[in-house]
Design a protein around this ligand. Sequence first.
Ligand code: PGA
Length: 248
Amino acid sequence: MRKKIVAGNWKMNQTPQEAKALCNLLKDKVNTTEVDVVFCVPFVDLYPVLEALQGTNIAVGAENMHFAESGAYTGEISGAMLKEMGVQYVILGHSERREYFGETNESVNQKTKKALEYGLIPIVCCGETLAQREANITIEWVRMQIKCALAGIDAEDAKKIVIAYEPIWAIGTGKTATSAQAQEVCAAIRQVLTEMYGQAVAEQMRIQYGGSVNAKNAAELFAMADIDGGLVGGASLKEEFADIVQYK
Ligand code: PGA
C-alpha cells in the first residue's frame, strides 16, 4: 500500500512572519502519521517554517533549486543549502516555472538528479495545457515529460521520486479535473514508469494530482487507484488544508 502524500505549494505567498502564523494555525490539525504532509514554501520562509514545525511529523520542502553544486548563479539556491537546513522535499518543474522562468525538460532532469544526490525527495511536476488536452495529446505529452525528467535515473532512485500530475488548465482556476480524467493520466504515468522501471518499482512510486484540489473534491480524487495524494496551491494557505489532509 502506498502512503498518501499531501503537499502544500505556497508559491510566492507568505512573508516569514505570515509563514510562522500559518504554521501555528495548521500544525496541530495536520500533524498526522497516516498521511505524509509536506509544506513547500518560499526560500526565505524555510527557516521560520522549519522552526515552527519542529517536533511535528510535517516535512518541509522548497519550491525549486539549482542543478549545479555551487558557483556563479546569482540568485539561485543549491541542493546542499537545502539539505543542510533540514529541508526534505523539493518541487521541480512546476508549470509556472516552466512557463515564466524557462524551466525545460532538460533542466528538470538535471535538477532531479542533483536533488537525489543530496537525499532530497523531488516532487516532479508534469501536465498538459488546455490546447494539448483538446488536441488529444495529453497522454503522449505527459509520457514524454516523465521520460525526459527521469532520464538516466535508476530504479533505486526512481522509487524515492514523487510525481505530481497537474493539468495546467486546472491550476488556480477552480476548474478541477474530474476524478476520472485525473485517474486516466495518473494511470498512464504509472504505465510509463512500469515500462521504465518494471511493475514492482512503479507500484511503489507515488503520483499526486494537483490543480484546484479543495476540501470538497479531495476525498474523491484521492480514492482513485493511481492517485496517491495531492499537490495543493491556493487551499494550502488556509485552514481548509487541514480538511484536505483529513480527507477521509
Ligand atoms: P492550485 O495550485 O491548487 O491553486 O490549483 C496547484 C499547484 O500549482 O501546485
